[in-house]
Design a protein around this ligand. Structure first.
Ligand code: FMN
Length: 184
């Protein structure tokens, strides 16, 4: 690995393993830019306690346990890929909780999280059983999040499916997956 190599961190956030969103992301991950590394942390395997807003109650402690694992991996990546199903027109709880923790990590001593996040590219891979248009509120949320963090927005790869494996019938998604991380 050279220092300039891109390091993609994939963070599946579904409440089930190897569902449609993760299957689509794994297909897209076969077509990363040349030389890029990939690292996967399924948020189901690194559960975080419910987030509590302590901003105005003193200092946040440095992350520990799964939070430390996730924070370290996040900071080591050049590219963050949030992989998730659409739940009620928005993101599922594991993904939301992970993002809420960014608020703590930005204020944790010694992490310099906000500064170090700037410049990393944020991507999303989303599966739903409905139309792409219904994912737009989530796409807007993620774009605003990227802008707030001064992270370039890579884009959102969408696929359609309900039961795990349905995604493999969405030919448009499979085709888009082949160039998602390299187009543009
Ligand atoms: C709690 C819950 C909420 C859902 N909400 C939506 C929704 O708002 N719109 C939609 O099209 N599909 C919705 N779905 C369907 C999932 O997005 C769909 O099954 C998706 O393929 C699941 O991805 P996964 O296999 O990666 O978990 C919902 C499913 C669950 C369990």
């Amino acid at each position: 690995m050279t220092d300039s190599a891109r390091r993609f961190l994939f963070l599946p956030g579904s409440t089930r393993h190897m569902g449609n969103s993760e299957q689509l992301a794994r297909l897209a991950a076969q077509h990363l830019p040349a030389g890029a590394e990939q690292h996967w942390l399924n948020l189901l395997d690194y559960p975080l306690p419910d987030f509590v807003d302590l901003r105005h109650d003193g200092a946040y402690a440095a992350p520990e346990g799964h939070a430390q694992t996730l924070a370290d991996a996040t900071l080591q990546a050049t590219d963050l890929v949030l992989v998730m199903p659409l739940y009620w027109y928005t993101m599922p709880v594991p993904t939301k909780r992970y993002l809420d923790y960014w608020s703590a990590w930005m204020r944790a001593p010694g992490l310099d999280f906000r500064t170090r996040m700037a410049g990393k590219t944020l991507w999303a891979v989303v599966a739903s059983s409905g139309a792409r248009s219904e994912v737009q509120p989530l796409a807007d949320t993620l774009l605003l999040t990227a802008q707030y963090m001064r992270m370039p927005w890579g884009g959102l790869l969408f696929g359609n499916g309900s039961r795990p494996g349905d995604i493999l019938q969405d030919q448009a998604a499979l085709t888009a997956a082949e160039t998602f991380f390299t187009a543009g």
